[in-house]
Design a protein around this ligand. Structure first.
Ligand SMILES: [Zn+2]
Length: 250
């Protein structure tokens, strides 16, 4: 039954929202400018950590119940369906704010005041990319994986572990880590736009669900959520706060 939601119906390739992320965003290549100071007025706490924005949510209470494996559901299938949903929802959010995420505004893939994620090309070569390029690479690579029947099989709804490749857990951990980085960038650099759209309850709920699911199924390591001491992930503090409030499990 769960496979229905990601059956082969034609899916929007990229952000289906009217503001459109489908047009190539990298047509003009401008030299990187100084990094703008994001969502942190006067060097204070970022807005996403401020009351009431930090705790605004559509889902009240603890997220444990909605991440639990439903009866008679294969765990691989459950993980696949949820990853598809996280990807789709996050892609829509990014599509809405994409016009404010440009090479000029976001010359690096920032995820905290001193944190810039580095893209690793296949083959291991590393590159500092502007955030819109980085995110485009992430979303395109995940879409390709989802479309690949060998990675995300959709046949046989009574799926068994055999239908998933043994490398599936490793693949989805990589996908999860990249999705986390997109969340981290949006919170760090674009939270004012989320507030402007009054989408913070929605976005917080999506992220809390994502974190709860990732921890429950060991798709996310604490190190990825919190970052390094000299380069912390901004949303690491949000995660701590939600644990203190009982929204997430400690
Ligand atoms: Zn950006």
């Amino acid at each position: 039954m769960f496979s229905n939601s990601r059956n082969r119906a034609p899916r929007p390739r990229r952000s289906p929202t009217p503001s459109g992320g489908t047009a190539p965003r990298n047509t003009t290549s401008q030299p990187p400018s100084r990094s703008p100071s994001p969502s942190s007025p006067a060097g204070g706490k970022p807005l996403y950590l401020c009351t009431p924005f930090a705790d605004a949510a559509l889902v009240k209470g603890n997220f444990k119940t909605i991440v639990m494996l439903p009866k008679y559901t294969d765990i691989m299938e459950w993980v696949a369906v949820n990853i598809f949903d996280f990807y789709t929802n996050l892609n829509e959010f990014y599509g809405v704010i994409a016009e404010t995420c440009t090479q000029h505004s976001c010359p690096t893939m920032s995820g905290g005041p001193t944190l810039n994620y580095v893209w690793t090309h296949q083959g291991g070569k590393q590159a500092m990319l502007p955030a819109p390029t980085y995110i485009d690479y992430v979303m395109t690579s995940i879409q390709n994986l989802i479309d690949d029947e060998n990675v995300f099989p959709t046949k046989s709804s009574a799926s068994t572990h055999q239908s998933f490749h043994p490398s599936f857990p490793a693949t989805v951990r990589t996908v999860y880590r990249q999705l986390l980085r997109v969340f981290a960038h949006i919170y760090h650099a674009h939270y004012p736009q989320i507030l402007h759209l009054r989408s913070e309850p929605h976005f917080n709920s999506l992220f809390a669900h994502f974190l709860a699911f990732g921890r429950e199924y060991e798709l996310l390591e604490v190190r990825d959520i919190k970052g390094e001491p000299n380069a912390p992930v901004g949303v690491g503090l949000l995660w701590e706060r939600w644990k203190e409030k009982g929204i997430l499990e400690s």
